[in-house]
Design a protein around this ligand. Structure first.
Ligand code: ATP
Length: 206
């Protein structure tokens, strides 16, 4: 990292990315645009605390390879393998502390979907996350983000930033289902990701 990275506005987008899809890329780009970020770092989770009952998550190497293919060509996007290398359950507080160490003077912005915002009261060390980052929330189809949730996420008078983004009714679950059913996923994820899924016969038996 260069010294100038320290002064920058850095956005963090965590997820399972199994697989990455256009919804992820769209929210990451609108996040960067809306908040004025220099970099958006996508952080694939080793195991989400909210998906511990999902035994079928694809291997880190597959999820990483698909993310690499998806973000290629966008100079603002990068990947961080820290959660994957660490293994175990991935808690956002640990990741935020990792980025704080890496970029001591940068402003950190954390993007979560409205579905996650409603669960945020269950997150480990959530107050600390809110003091170390500026929380940003993006709407998600099927989840209403009510005023009560927004108030709960306001700490020290600093409310979450709402990222304006078109609603896209798409999820990794939907992509996995379509592949398993032999249906098309074209235009739902970048072609390079779709090609990777077919080449490696992912999701066929889900
Ligand atoms: P799955 O269907 O496997 O649960 P997912 O599509 O929800 O996966 P994740 O990798 O768990 O994807 O999500 C990472 C982040 O992206 C989360 O904050 C989630 O809310 C957000 N996200 C994913 N898809 C969308 C979408 N279509 N619109 C807005 N936010 C999204």
């Amino acid at each position: 990292m260069s010294a100038s990275d320290d002064k920058r506005h850095i956005g963090i987008v965590g997820g399972t990315f199994d697989p990455v899809h256009l919804g992820h890329l769209m929210i990451a780009e609108q996040f960067a645009d809306c908040v004025g970020l220099d970099r958006v770092i996508l952080v694939p989770a080793s195991r989400s605390p909210f998906k511990v009952d999902s035994p079928n998550v694809s291997s880190p190497s597959h999820r990483l390879a698909m993310l690499q293919r998806a973000i290629g060509g966008n100079p603002r996007f990068s990947l961080d393998e820290w959660e994957l290398r660490r293994g175990g359950t991935s808690y956002t507080i640990d990741t935020v502390e990792h980025f704080r160490r890496q970029f001591p003077d940068a402003e950190l912005f954390l993007l979560i979907g409205a579905d996650q915002a409603r669960q945020f009261h269950e997150w480990r060390d959530r107050r600390r996350i809110l003091t170390m980052t500026q929380l940003c929330i993006v709407r998600r189809h099927g989840t209403r983000l009510d005023v009560r949730v927004q108030q709960e996420l306001t700490l020290g008078g600093r409310p979450p930033i709402l990222v304006d983004c078109p609603l896209l009714e798409l999820s990794s679950t939907e992509i996995r289902r379509r592949v398993a059913a032999g249906r098309s996923i074209r235009y739902l994820t970048p072609d390079a990701v779709a090609d990777y899924i077919y080449e490696h016969s992912l999701y066929r038996d889900r």
